[in-house]
Design a protein around this ligand. Structure first.
Ligand code: NAP
Length: 295
């Protein structure tokens, strides 16, 4: 039975979900259908992943009632601004084939256009007020981004989705999130970004870490299962990505064992303080060149 987390507005969300970044459109529908048949009830997509349509199709093919599946998606930076973000909701719901989103988040801060980031969040507040989304949040927000957002807006983000795995545990983000009542959700929760092909030759994969392997051996579980258990026991949401049916099942088979406080501390101690993904403080004009298609 998957753990449920209660967001700061009372909405409940499954702690463990399926991510679909880099899931090719032709594999995404099947991955979503497999995940839902396995027991997953949270799917994390994004306008920028260009597979919202296939996610919607997978949900419909599952035969589950819409209310049984928690759909999370993200507004891309080129759609930031008040009117643009309201329209981004139309695009996302049109592609997903739904009339309400469970969670809509800003994909990342736009550090050089923070006024547009705020305007986009203002639009999320309107969508929330209108019942078009059940919860709103952010992604890749550092503590200082969150502080600026909180000072300029009314609704505390329900979720902050950030890079978080044993080699990058973001303690400052986790404590700022906790202080404001924002749930931290881990992307690359099993260290995907530490072993993406072509993503840095000398990067160490957390999948091969001796401590993780040792703990996995002690529980007769896999490294991925140990990392997911670590997130869940520390109260985070995690959204591992796979398009492989056996790994989709493996990543959900994490509710029959418990890590000890000592094991959790050993995993915490692996933090290198070095991110593998993009720095949210670096402005990247090229991101704005990506146009999110109409539904
Ligand atoms: P991840 O879930 O940590 O790792 C995914 C990688 O691990 C894939 O290469 C997958 O390959 C492989 N894998 C999955 N299960 C495995 C297992 N049990 N054993 C061994 N390998 C396994 O990394 P991620 O995809 O970067 O992050 C997960 C989700 O977070 C994304 O899909 C997306 O929804 C979200 N995300 C958000 C942001 C953001 O900026 N907000 C950025 C990145 C990701 P196979 O598919 O072949 O199994």
């Amino acid at each position: 039975m998957v753990t449920q987390l209660t967001l700061n507005n009372g909405v409940t969300m499954p702690a463990l979900g399926l991510g679909v970044f880099q899931s090719p459109p032709e594999l995404t529908t099947a991955a979503v259908e497999t995940a839902l048949a396995t027991g997953y009830r949270l799917i994390d997509t994004a306008a920028a992943y260009l597979n919202e349509r296939e996610v919607g199709e997978g949900i419909r093919r599952s035969g589950l009632d819409r209310s049984e599946v928690f759909i999370e998606t993200k507004v891309w930076v080129s759609d930031y601004g008040y009117d643009e973000t309201l329209h981004a909701w139309e695009k996302a719901t049109g592609k997903l084939g739904v009339d309400q989103l469970d969670l809509l988040i800003l994909h990342q801060p736009a550090p050089d256009r923070f006024d547009k980031t705020i305007a986009a969040y203002r639009a999320l507040e309107t969508l929330l007020g209108d019942g078009k989304v059940r919860a709103i949040g952010v992604s890749n927000f550092m503590p200082h981004h969150l502080e600026r957002l909180l000072a300029a807006t009314d609704v505390v983000p329900a979720v902050n989705q950030v890079e978080l795995h044993p080699y990058f545990t973001q303690p400052a983000v986790q404590s700022t999130d906790a202080e404001s009542g924002t749930l931290t959700q881990a992307w690359s929760p099993i260290g995907g970004i530490t072993f993406y092909p072509g993503w840095g030759e000398h990067r160490r994969s957390v999948m091969d870490d001796p401590t993780i392997l040792d703990i996995a051996g002690a529980h007769a579980k896999s490294p991925a299962q140990v990392m997911l258990r670590w997130h869940l026991q520390q109260g985070r949401s995690a959204i591992p990505k796979s398009t492989n049916p056996s790994r989709i099942a493996e990543n959900f088979d994490v509710f029959d064992f418990e890590l000890s406080p000592e094991e959790l501390a050993r995993i915490d101690a692996l933090d290198t303080g070095v991110r593998n993904g993009p720095d949210p403080d670096v402005a990247r004009a090229e991101l704005f060149a990506m146009v999110i298609p109409e539904a």
